[in-house]
Design a binder for this molecule. Structure first.
Ligand SMILES: C[S@@+](CC[C@H](N)C(=O)[O-])C[C@H]1O[C@@H](n2cnc3c(N)ncnc32)[C@H](O)[C@@H]1O
Length: 289
């Protein structure tokens, strides 16, 4: 039992206690101390899970995309469901999760909170934008999964967009490898994102070198950094931070998951005007003020 539940139960029962309930309380309290963790775990196991995935388990609270009274949530849910169909039919290839018996629907379900935050961070950037046009950039694109949600959010915001994409899309070299990305193929990413191709600029190459000769935005409203590399994260921040407009948003995928990346991000924002929030998904959002 959580401490909040225990206190609320105790307050409700206080005053009603008779001798038997006092004994009952005494026994339960002591059993709880002795078998606390086991009892807690069993109780938790019996609870209906409202969400499970990406390192999170929730009970009781309903995920926002299941709240069908809100147009943003309805749109997100449709986007997520469409993508599950596309992944199933391999019209959207998830090469980062390719395996003979991979259940893409389940994978996308498990990533829903992460993608919900990606989607909403773009809605926020679009609301903060001074014109009906926003520039988005993503460092670490892979198959195009997260940028798919970002592009869909622009559709809902009814705002024009240009999306600058940065990735090596090939072997990164031994010193940079936290994960192996040898399997990536830029043509698969282009095919996955073909509905948005008019608005996409593909910049293929190693960060930071790629910034030198790439087609870069002069100003930026939204930046997603998902590189699984602290050095490349720092280089991306150094390159893009001054281009970020006031009210612009930087979303980090790796803040909670990698200590070296978290340290670099914390250090970077020490002397910057803005607001940083860390989410239970490990994502972090900075809003420039
Ligand atoms: C975790 S994946 C990105 C996932 C993607 N945002 C998604 O979920 O849809 C990390 C990507 O960063 C790229 N990457 C990592 N370090 C890089 C570097 N120094 N330069 C260019 N790309 C890099 C990898 O090629 C890989 O595609």
């Amino acid at each position: 039992m959580s401490e909040i539940e225990r206190i609320l139960n105790a307050r409700e029962k206080k005053g009603k206690k008779n001798f038997l309930s006092k004994i009952n309380f005494f026994i339960k309290k002591n059993l709880n101390i002795i078998f606390g963790n086991y009892y807690e775990f069993n109780k938790f196991k019996k609870k209906k899970k409202t969400f499970q995935g990406w390192g999170l388990i929730t009970t009781d609270t309903v995920p926002p995309w299941k709240n069908q009274d809100n147009k943003e949530n309805i749109f997100f849910n449709k986007t997520n469901e469409n993508l599950k169909d596309l992944a199933d039919s391999k019209d959207f290839r998830l090469t980062q999760f390719d395996y003979e018996d991979a259940n893409y629907r389940k994978i996308l379900d498990e990533l829903s909170w992460r993608h919900y935050i990606v989607f909403n961070s773009v809605l926020l950037a679009a609301k903060n934008a001074s014109q009906n046009m926003i520039n988005l950039a993503e460092c670490g694109v892979c198959d195009g999964l997260t940028i798919y949600f970002a592009a869909e959010a622009c559709k809902l915001s009814n705002i024009e967009k240009k999306i600058y994409l940065y990735d090596a899309w090939e072997n990164l070299g031994n010193d940079k490898l936290r994960f192996n990305y040898d399997y990536l193929n830029i043509d698969i990413t282009k095919k996955n994102l073909e509905n948005f191709n008019d608005n996409l600029i593909f910049n293929k190459g190693l960060i930071p070198d790629v910034f030198q000769n790439a087609e870069n935005p002069a100003q930026l409203d939204w930046l997603h950094i998902d590189l699984n590399s602290s050095e490349a994260t720092k280089s991306s921040l150094d390159f893009f931070f001054d281009k970020l407009k006031l009210g612009g948003v930087i979303l980090f995928d790796d803040y909670g998951g990698f200590e070296d990346t978290r340290k670099i991000i914390d250090e970077f924002f020490k002397n910057k005007n803005g607001h940083f929030t860390n989410y239970p998904t490990g994502q972090g959002i900075f809003i420039k003020i």
